[in-house]
Design a protein around this ligand. Structure first.
Ligand SMILES: C[S@@+](CC[C@H](N)C(=O)[O-])C[C@H]1O[C@@H](n2cnc3c(N)ncnc32)[C@H](O)[C@@H]1O
Length: 341
């Protein structure tokens, strides 16, 4: 087996425990995605496991077709829909979906009997509600444009990396594609650091940072619904002693001159960078998220960041940058870590 495409497959219920253990042992390969197949989870690892993990597991090569075939529930969905929908709709059935807690988000464009289809997806994937993604994520507050097709209740608790995120999937976004960044943020700060999360949402970065790094976080959020869940999630994850919150526009509510580190988890952070610099205790680290044309990454983006820092009388040293995901054709979602002095 090649060492670089190994994964460990465990039961869904054991996945969080095993993943945390892998993080601790520095064996989790966060450059590859964690995959879920029905009741199994496939976690990418850097090397073979050489310690006892106290549960049933299998080491596989990722992309192992047989493994996927065994666990992919799509065949079961098709089987259950046989005779219930027109033949031409089988071609349109989604092979991909997003499961957040026990709420499912799928695209059903062109399908006639959407409710029946959604009901079967919900049964097979063990979900209480199904939302159709009709317009993606929109606006400053990053609200989902989803339509309820099956079920009633769209509030759920989604668990990732041992963190509990409670939210209403019909009202609040959760980008599964940012999982690696949420894991990176869990292990980035150190204890006793003061961090300001300028765009906290429901606690995407605030919670892993407080839980795993024990940093003190001041979390700002403008959307009252996201803010309500942020407060609930702080309690759910037992970090109320470490995290305080501010409702409102971070340009107004974020305290100035206090932070060792600032997180800017917003796709147009660069326009807020002068404010983030003021939030730092004179110097510190800023994680700048930005949508960026493919051809502008990283050079033009870095030049812009340095220019803004210079205009504030500061020097920006680039510590790290990476592409998080493709956002739209030829547009990337990127993050740049900058040391300001
Ligand atoms: C949804 S999060 C981004 C997602 C996150 N990067 C992740 O990992 O999934 C961005 C949040 O910033 C909030 N927001 C937008 N403008 C803001 C502002 N000026 N001040 C504070 N919060 C703001 C939005 O309401 C939203 O909840």
């Amino acid at each position: 087996m090649e060492a670089n495409n190994l994964a460990i497959v465990v039961k869904k219920d054991d996945a969080e425990k095993v993943k945390n253990l892998l993080i601790k042992k520095n064996l989790l390969d966060s450059s590859r995605k964690i995959k879920r197949y029905n009741d199994r989870v496939e976690i990418p690892i850097k090397n073979e496991i050489d310690f006892d993990i106290n549960t049933d597991y299998k080491i596989v090569k990722q992309n192992d077709f047989l493994l996927r075939k065994k666990f992919v529930p799509f065949e079961e969905i098709k089987e259950k829909l046989r005779g219930k929908i027109p033949m031409e709709d089988f071609e349109k059935l989604p092979k991909k979906w997003e499961k957040l807690g026990n709420v499912l988000v799928i695209k059903l464009k062109g399908i006639k009997n959407k409710r029946e289809v959604a009901k079967v997806y919900a049964q097979v994937l063990n979900c209480k509600a199904v939302l159709e993604d009709v317009g993606g994520i929109k606006g400053i507050e990053r609200k989902p444009v989803f339509k309820l097709i099956y079920g009633k209740d769209t509030e759920t608790i989604h668990i990732e990396n041992g963190i509990k995120y409670k939210f209403d999937v019909s009202k609040i976004m959760f980008s599964s594609g940012n999982i690696d960044e949420r894991i990176r943020m869990a292990n980035t700060a150190s204890k006793n650091e003061i961090v300001v999360d300028m765009f906290a949402g429901i606690g995407y970065f605030t919670l892993p940072m407080a839980v795993y790094s024990k940093a003190r976080v001041i979390a700002c959020e403008i959307n009252p619904i996201a803010y309500k869940y942020l407060q609930e999630n702080i309690l759910l994850n037992n970090v109320e002693k470490l995290v305080s919150t501010k409702l409102g526009d971070c340009r107004i509510v974020a305290p100035r001159g206090v932070a060792d580190r600032v997180i800017m988890g917003y796709l147009d952070s660069i326009n807020f960078l002068p404010y983030a610099i003021d939030v730092l205790k004179g110097e510190g680290i800023i994680h700048v998220h930005q949508n960026c044309k493919e051809e502008d990454f990283p050079d033009r983006l870095i030049s812009k960041i340095k220019k803004i820092a210079k205009e504030k009388g500061k020097y920006a040293e680039i510590l790290f940058y990476k592409k998080i995901k493709s956002y739209a054709p030829r547009i990337l979602h990127c993050v740049v870590d900058v040391a300001i002095s």
